[in-house]
Ligand binder design. Structure first.
Ligand SMILES: [Zn+2]
Length: 296
């Protein structure tokens, strides 16, 4: 009897603890959700079909064809996410008209809206970046064109196909008129975490896009203000499904990536020299300590 009672008490305590932690967790999650915000600079396109030219660099030593495939996947990911949002949130059904189309060429040709070019390294405001999107706005606040530059090689890590797709999808977010969001779990967060992949497009990103393109529904004005967008109470923070995810490879594994990053760091001349000096100091200290006479 006593044992059963103890077990019952144990189960009761366990259940109460679980319920308590759930009760504590849910308001916390709701709070995180409500404070996730997305900034928009106030530019919009004056058209709903955006023609993209992907410019290849096949004669460059760092070139690889994944760069084209991953760009096309990013474009599909955006088109799919836009369709998903327009179908699920009918107040913004007009967004379904927004489409990104793509062509591939080996040199820049005029009259495209978005250009995707590749470079071995990318510099954004004096900093090394994985990608950058430069918007050319007109005085009336509409976007004339946007050039996305994708870095084909990071200095500190090998970028996998998943990384490339995530980076390109982020840059297309800028091309569509989005700025950054304040949550590290969001696609439009300014810093990319190479240890997590599949940055899905969020309802926050899509709701912000619906705001940017609200002129489709209400043609009165295209003029937008720069603003911080938060989700209305009837839209939950969620991710649009990725219909065609990038096949995962061994190097997408966070542990393999971390080891690779350490390896790349170790082979840098400065780090290598410092390591050699440190080893030398430790060896000398060890020898000197051993030679010291023992007192007793
Ligand atoms: Zn960015």
């Amino acid at each position: 009897m006593n044992t059963v009672h103890t077990m019952n008490t144990f189960y009761a305590i366990t259940i109460i603890s679980i319920l308590l932690s759930l009760a504590l967790l849910s308001p916390f999650q709701l709070q995180t959700q409500n404070t996730t915000s997305q900034y928009i600079p106030g530019y919009t396109w004056n058209k709903t079909t955006l023609q993209t030219l992907i410019v290849t660099s096949e004669n460059q030593p760092w070139w690889n064809t994944n760069l084209i495939n991953m760009t096309l996947r990013s474009i599909n990911q955006w088109n799919d996410a836009i369709t998903y949002f327009a179908h699920n949130y009918t107040d913004y059904a007009y967004l379904v008209n927004l489409r990104i189309e793509a062509e591939i060429a080996d040199s820049i040709k005029p009259n495209y809206d978005i250009y995707v070019v590749f470079s071995q390294t990318v510099n954004s405001s004096g900093q090394n970046a994985l990608g950058v999107a430069s918007i050319l706005p007109r005085v009336n606040g509409t976007i004339e064109k946007c050039t996305i530059t994708i870095g084909a090689g990071s200095l500190s890590n090998t970028l996998t196909k998943s990384d490339l797709q995530d980076i390109t999808t982020h840059e297309f977010g800028h091309a569509l008129g989005l700025d950054h969001s304040n949550s590290s779990n969001d696609l439009m967060y300014p810093y990319y975490d190479i240890y997590t992949t599949d940055n899905a497009i969020s309802t926050l990103n899509l709701y912000a896009l619906a705001t940017i393109f609200s002129w489709i529904n209400n043609t009165a004005t295209m003029r937008l203000n720069s603003q911080t967008i938060m989700l209305p109470s009837n839209i939950e923070y969620a991710y649009a499904p990725i219909n065609d995810p990038t096949p995962k490879v061994i190097t997408d594994n966070p542990i393999i990536k971390a080891l690779e990053a350490i390896g790349l760091l170790l082979i840098r001349p400065t780090v290598l020299t410092m390591l050699l000096i440190a080893t030398l100091i430790i060896t000398i200290t060890a020898i000197v300590t051993k030679r010291e006479p023992k007192n007793n």
